[in-house]
Ligand binder design. Structure first.
Ligand SMILES: *Cc1c(COP(=O)(O)O)cnc(C)c1O
Length: 456
């Protein structure tokens, strides 16, 4: 079979049997699946042999880049030695033990214990159960409410979707967990009106205090937020936001949860988004970059305040997964962290490639469609706008974003559209030449989109 016959063969089977995540399957079946067959560095290749620069690191996760043999070898070696054993019933495996120590070292001070799961969603389910059990043990079982934010993303299990603030998910049965409420997001570009970003950061943070007062502090258990909202469109909060959120959490004695599933493991130019924004979380779910996506693994870092109670006053914590601390996944995560450390990839994002990325992308701000270029480390959000001066977005959010995303793919660069915000999150190993290429292809895609809209 030649490549095109092979592609048709896979597309037919896929269409007949495969329901895709977060996909309009009828629409997909009309267009045909893009079958991705291999990858190296920052490039992926489809079954027709077309190469794309992957500006998203898969789904924000392939931090060390594709094709790292050490990770494959770590999994292979561990699978031969001990492919599986659980961490239940007085047992542990050595990769999970060693990974726990390393995670305690690299995460912010005060986070010294870890609970393993397999995905970001499961980590957040775990967080919900920990918050409830913590307050039960503290003799305040009525502190059940968790405050989250509109347009947050915390996963797709029932608890993850409920914690998230995606209205499209809630309307399909995704808001089933009780006592989760959502306040406004700190999205200055879209919602900040005439305020300065600094003023607006305080206004957005004080929505938390208003909500706590409305509910009564004795009913609120925790606040959860991504340091930078990822799937919501890379919403980078104004500098005033996180200090004010932390002041409020302290004042009302509310647990603070930083969802680091995207921000963690170097994305922001520090090990964690909590380092970048000086957040001191009580619970810290993480996943994605933890293994650079080579195998599924996630974890919740548990701060001393919660760990003390959960370990010493709980008896059995009746929660866990068959694959909590899976030895092969833990071995890959360990090797992934070794690479990040040894090759100083996080420092490189902070001091070298991150600043270069910001500077190169900023050149797109002269484009008639691009309202702004907002970056931290190697994550970026760019709103496509109808009117740059007034920051007016297009009607029917998502239409122009989807057009632009398709133009990106046609031009050989993978960029994602979150509504009408174009987002980037490339592998941390990206070179300066590759960034130049990314920007060139992005500009071509923006041009095509603008021409279609009659704006160029
Ligand atoms: C991706 C993501 C999740 C969910 O992770 P899964 O592994 O897809 O379950 C949770 N929180 C954030 C911030 C994410 O970006």
């Amino acid at each position: 079979m030649n490549n095109f016959d092979k592609t048709a063969y896979w597309q037919d089977i896929d269409q007949a049997h495969h329901i895709h995540p977060f996909t309009d399957t009828a629409d997909l079946n009309n267009r045909g699946t893009r079958v991705i067959t291999r990858a190296e560095g920052v490039f992926i290749e489809d079954s027709n042999g077309k190469r794309y620069l992957d500006g998203m690191a898969g789904l924000w996760c392939v931090n060390v880049g594709y094709g790292r043999k050490e990770l494959a070898e770590a999994a292979y070696k561990q699978m031969l030695e001990l492919p599986y054993y659980n961490n239940f019933f007085q047992c542990a495996n050595t990769p999970a033990i060693e990974l726990s120590k390393v995670l305690a070292e690299i995460t912010p001070e005060g986070l010294n214990h870890v609970f393993y799961a397999n995905s970001g969603s499961e980590a957040n389910d775990t967080v919900v159960r920990m918050v409830h059990q913590y307050w039960n043990l503290k003799g305040k079982p009525e502190r059940t409410t968790i405050i989250s934010r509109k347009n947050a993303y915390h996963g797709s299990t029932v608890a993850g979707a409920s914690l998230g603030g995606m209205s499209g998910m809630h309307s399909q049965g995704g808001a089933l967990v009780r006592d989760i409420v959502h306040i406004d997001q700190p999205y200055w570009y879209g919602e900040g009106g005439d305020h300065t970003p600094e003023e607006f950061g305080l206004i957005a943070a004080r929505k938390l205090e208003e909500k706590i007062k409305e509910l009564g502090a004795d009913r609120v258990g925790a606040f959860i937020g991504e340091p930078i909202q990822g799937a919501g469109g890379v919403i980078i909060p104004p500098s005033t936001y996180w200090p004010e959120i932390q002041r409020i959490c302290k004042k009302y004695d509310i647990l603070l949860i930083a969802d680091e599933v995207i921000c963690g493991f170097g994305r922001t130019g520090e090990w964690f988004g909590s380092d970048t924004f000086d957040i001191k979380p009580d619970l810290m779910p993480m996943a994605k970059g933890m293994s650079s996506g080579y195998l599924p693994i996630s974890a919740v870092m548990v701060g001393d305040r919660v760990a003390d109670v959960l370990i010493n006053e709980c008896g059995e914590f009746t929660h866990g997964f068959t694959y909590s601390g899976h030895p092969a996944c833990a071995a890959v995560a360990l090797e992934n962290i070794r690479i990040l450390r040894e090759e100083k990839m996080v420092e490189r994002v902070k001091d070298d490639i991150g600043p270069y990325f910001a500077k190169a992308l900023k050149t797109l701000e002269d484009h008639p469609l691009v309202g702004a270029v907002e970056t931290v480390g190697l994550i970026a959000g760019m709103p496509l706008v109808d009117d740059k001066k007034t920051r007016k977005m297009f009607d029917k959010p998502g239409t122009v974003g989807t057009m632009c995303r398709d133009a990106c793919v046609a031009n050989g660069v993978i960029m994602r559209a979150c509504g009408d915000r174009m987002v980037l999150s490339p592998p941390l190993c990206i070179t300066k030449e590759e960034i130049d290429e990314l920007v060139k292809r992005a500009r071509a895609a923006f041009d095509e989109t603008a021409k279609k809209l009659g704006k160029m």
